[in-house]
Ligand binder design. Structure first.
Ligand code: CA2
Length: 154
């Protein structure tokens, strides 16, 4: 029975596809403002994440353009098993991104590296939170890993 369960888990993980989607300016991670965002590049972190989860298919996409983020959500939203979304500053401005998250079938977990609630008031509101299954804020890059872990176990 144990063996069967392990086999079933492997089967499930083998087919799992998760997208990590980063918005504007997050391509600068590791190069500027290390006090807020840390000193690791996302590429380096993503390499470690892929090594930690060899049994699933992880894809990473970053764009500074709102429409490209929406297009990517449409592209994967009916075939992937989940999306981890850090929409950067579009979090606080974009009804269009919130509509895209609501429109797709894949569950979307919102992640913010910094604790937005400890920062300027304009960062306290997210248009995305209500459309997402949940949010992780202020835990640094580990928030992405925790979001992936949750998507795997749901
Ligand atoms: O804490 C987060 O993850 C944010 O989504 C980051 C956004 C900010 O607008 C949100 O309020 C919270 C900003 C991303 C900018 O990333 C940079 C990284 C390194 C250097 C400069 C900017």
């Amino acid at each position: 029975m144990d063996h069967l369960q392990t086999f079933k888990n492997k089967e499930k993980f083998a087919t799992m596809k998760i997208l990590i989607l980063n918005g504007p300016n997050l391509n600068l991670l590791g190069t500027r403002e290390p006090d807020i965002y840390g000193s690791e590049t996302f590429e380096s972190f993503f390499g470690q994440l892929c090594s930690a989860y060899p049994q699933i298919s992880l894809e990473y996409f970053q764009s500074n353009h709102e429409g490209e983020l929406i297009d990517k959500l449409h592209e994967v939203g009916f075939s992937f098993d989940g999306v981890v979304l850090n929409a950067g500053a579009y979090t606080h401005t974009s009804i269009a991104l919130a509509d895209a998250v609501s429109a797709i079938k894949a569950p979307v977990v919102e992640v913010h590296i910094s604790n937005v609630h400890k920062r300027e008031p304009f960062r306290h509101h997210s248009y995305l939170s209500a459309a997402c299954v949940g949010s992780i804020v202020g835990l640094g890059l580990d928030g992405y890993r925790l979001a992936v872990e949750w998507l795997l176990r749901r």
